[in-house]
Design a protein around this ligand. Sequence first.
Ligand SMILES: NC(=O)C1=CN([C@@H]2O[C@H](COP(=O)(O)OP(=O)(O)OC[C@H]3O[C@@H](n4cnc5c(N)ncnc54)[C@H](OP(=O)(O)O)[C@@H]3O)[C@@H](O)[C@H]2O)C=CC1
Ligand SMILES: CC(=O)N[C@@H](CCC(=O)OP(=O)(O)O)C(=O)O
Length: 347
Amino acid sequence: MDNPIYKVVIVGASGFTGSELARLLVHHPAVEIMMITSETHTGKPFSDLHPQFYGILDMELVSASAVENSKPDIIFLALPHGISMDFVAKWEPLGAKIIDLSGDFRLSSPEVYENWYEKNHSYPQGFKNAIYGLPELNADQIKDANLVANPGCYPTASILALSPLFARNKIQKGSVVIDAKSGLTGAGIKANATTHFSNVNENFKAYSIGSHRHTVEIEEQLSTLSQNKVTLQFTPHLLPIDRGILVTAYASVTEEMNQEKLDKIYHEFYQDKQFIRLRKSPPGVKDVRGSHFCDICPVWDARTQRVIVVSVIDNLLKGAASQAVHNMNLMLGLSESTGLSQIPLKP
Ligand SMILES: NC(=O)C1=CN([C@@H]2O[C@H](COP(=O)(O)OP(=O)(O)OC[C@H]3O[C@@H](n4cnc5c(N)ncnc54)[C@H](OP(=O)(O)O)[C@@H]3O)[C@@H](O)[C@H]2O)C=CC1
Ligand SMILES: CC(=O)N[C@@H](CCC(=O)OP(=O)(O)O)C(=O)O
């Protein structure tokens, strides 16, 4: 018997992660893109907005209201936070599996969400079913999920950098500092004063010090992993590049450490994780650009007695779209790597 072809819908296809989803799904052997939506550009061919798809995906963009009668198997929500939640509330009864790329269902409760996102949550019931979609940590739960909260881009790079140490409770309480840098596509497709060329070009700056919403996402996941409440420092920076995140994480440890021991901890934790590449020298963002890889380099600094871990991802892929496809593969019982074999694009 032939393998089934699953029908997918991309909601918010006019944005950056929506178009990256389309790029991955066009050639995915187990799915067919049945619908792509936009409210602002309804009626236009997708390739008018994203000319790289000319002759490949010229399908017309339709309003999201068309989804209700379309019986999809998978719905990807590539919408801003605060918007996604209404679509989840409306579409959960349709029976399709939903993968939400926004932050609306990533946290432990509506109260935590409202505190960090400074807005009311319109669908608190959704938290009961949502599974945090980081395949390296939660694959078994993702397989059975109907609603997956795809992780944030900074949290993906940060959590993966530190998970092996937290899982074994090797980190000294209160010692973690995460210094993170992101390319501009992390801010979405709509231009604003911060992303204006002359404010970004040849510039480099920190933002949201002590208050970025990804802080609590990282803390919650590492708390669950270590079964201890984690509080950490997280500082994001805006890089004048298109895509890529580089995290440098610093921590003190609870026991005698050396490089060999550190390497062993990381190799054991990630031994069967095909998209984690442990590197001997610090990776750059171009080493993973356009791919689903997360490259990680853990270093022991004997002089300062600290662990320093560098990790890199492509924010639009491992930080968003390819992670969503990885989650879809798990939810559909497909091989995890289906459609995710892109080699990084360098230079
Ligand atoms: N960019 C990144 O690196 C990452 C993004 N994410 C998250 O993924 C989601 C999508 O991000 P990204 O693609 O960058 O965002 P973009 O801003 O590039 O695109 C979002 C799309 O959502 C649609 N949209 C906006 N408002 C509404 C609305 N009220 N109703 C319906 N549709 C709306 C818009 O399409 P239209 O106006 O055409 O309908 C827009 O193109 C966000 O939640 C983001 O936080 C997560 C990880 C990384
Ligand atoms: C460079 C940049 O602006 N990055 C975004 C985060 C990226 C993202 O989309 O995060 P969520 O999915 O959690 O919204 C920011 O700092 O707000």
